[in-house]
Write a new protein. Sequence first.
Length: 272
Amino acid sequence: MYRSSNVALNESTFQKSSYPDKPWWEAGNTSVRNRGMTIEGVTEKGAVTFLLFITSGMTIWGLGLTGQPEVAITLFFVGFILNAVFSIILFLSWFTSSFQGLFANPLFVLTYATSQGLFIGGITYAIEHFGGPESGFQGITIQAFLITGMIFGAMLGVYRSGLINVNHNFRIALYSAVFGIMMVYLLSFILLLFGVSIPLIHGSGPIGITFSLLVIALGAGMLASDFDFIERGVESGAPKELEWRAVFGLTVTLIWIYLEVLRLLIKLQHRR
């Protein structure tokens, strides 16, 4: 059975019931339908998704730097609202496969990437420009981006070298740990609504830093699981439309890693 800890890439993905017989974006195109999932296809779709994410994030920065904060704030809140909707869908996906078809929809994937770019672009701009020079946050956006890229490259190299064996036990342990982290996030959000925060893990002390390192390590493990899922999908001749689902899964993982790396850098800066 194919299983991934990523809710967009799990064992139900290759079941015929999890995707339509003929996706709406391929209507009348039988040649596309007859081709299977390929690494090249995942790479091309991933590049488009990544470009859209970067462009939307840079749009927020561009508006802020050119003296158009009202437009930037409006776009940020659009991203915030869409991000909330996507977060609910992703959370519910842990308990039902009803949303699996959405994850193979290019419009859904590209909208997700755009909304995340707007949301994260607004957050990073605020962190760097509203904290003041004394905050030490200048350049933290690029630092987090480079570290995330290095984690991706390192995990791809480790996976391709065979140093990580993504077997059944690995996936079960990873899935359980990630689910536990998601529950911590949910509890933190609920308590925040009542003005209460979970102590230690969000602070800049040793426990808070260790927590961030643990989350980043789990994110790296998810990358390995996602790489394995994609490789097995290609080997099994999975349907072409699942390339979008693979891209969505990787996008979710990389954004999660980026945000946690950003949090870790902020915690480390607070310790100085």
